[in-house]
Ligand binder design. Structure first.
Ligand code: ZN
Length: 185
């Protein structure tokens, strides 16, 4: 496995429309394993293949939600919170029946590091996709999973979460990103 470099704005490759996957071979399995390793290391909860420069309709997601705690949260707690690993692969995903209800999440993206902004999307969707063996799946989703899948699917069309913002807000985020990069350099 390998950690792959993640493309960041304003890399023009992020605007690529990705191609469907038609061959489910060993090279695909390797790419998926590398994408998971890259996403966990970043760390992030989702990654599209185009973010590592591969224009194919492949997404990996793991929301890594915290394990429910037994101890009272009023207590001071300074140990690392464990997370539930739930790695999921979505190949050639489609959205069916997006709800009229919308949800707002403060979204971030590994290609727009350390920047967050509220984005409104359908609160519930039905999704259809293929897994790494080519088998088709369909599932209703809501909450963070629905938001995350829609965010990652945007990458397949060359769209970033900041493209959902007003021009003014987008410019503010990009300005903050430049400032962050200067400070981090
Ligand atoms: Zn993203």
């Amino acid at each position: 496995m390998a950690i792959l470099p993640i493309l960041e704005v304003p890399d023009p490759r992020l605007k690529t429309v990705s191609e469907p996957v038609t061959i489910f071979d060993e090279a695909l399995q390797t790419l998926i394993a590398d994408m998971f390793e890259t996403m966990y290391e970043a760390p992030g909860i989702g990654l599209a293949a185009i973010q590592v420069g591969v224009p194919k309709r492949i997404l990996v997601i793991d929301l890594q939600e915290p394990v429910e705690h037994n101890h009272d949260h009023g207590e001071h707690c300074n140990h690392d919170h464990e997370v539930i690993r739930d790695p999921r692969v979505f190949i050639n995903p489609e959205i069916l029946d997006p709800s009229k209800d919308l949800n707002i999440y403060s979204e971030g993206c590994l290609s727009v590091p350390e920047q967050y902004a509220d984005v409104e999307r359908p609160a519930a969707i039905r999704a259809r996709w293929q897994d790494e063996t080519g088998k088709q799946h369909e599932e209703e989703m809501e909450g963070l999973m629905a938001t995350c899948l829609q965010h990652e699917m945007d990458h397949l069309e060359g769209i970033l979460f900041i493209d959902h913002l007003s021009r003014l807000k987008r410019q503010m985020v990009l300005k903050k990103l430049n400032k962050y990069r200067k400070e981090a350099a």
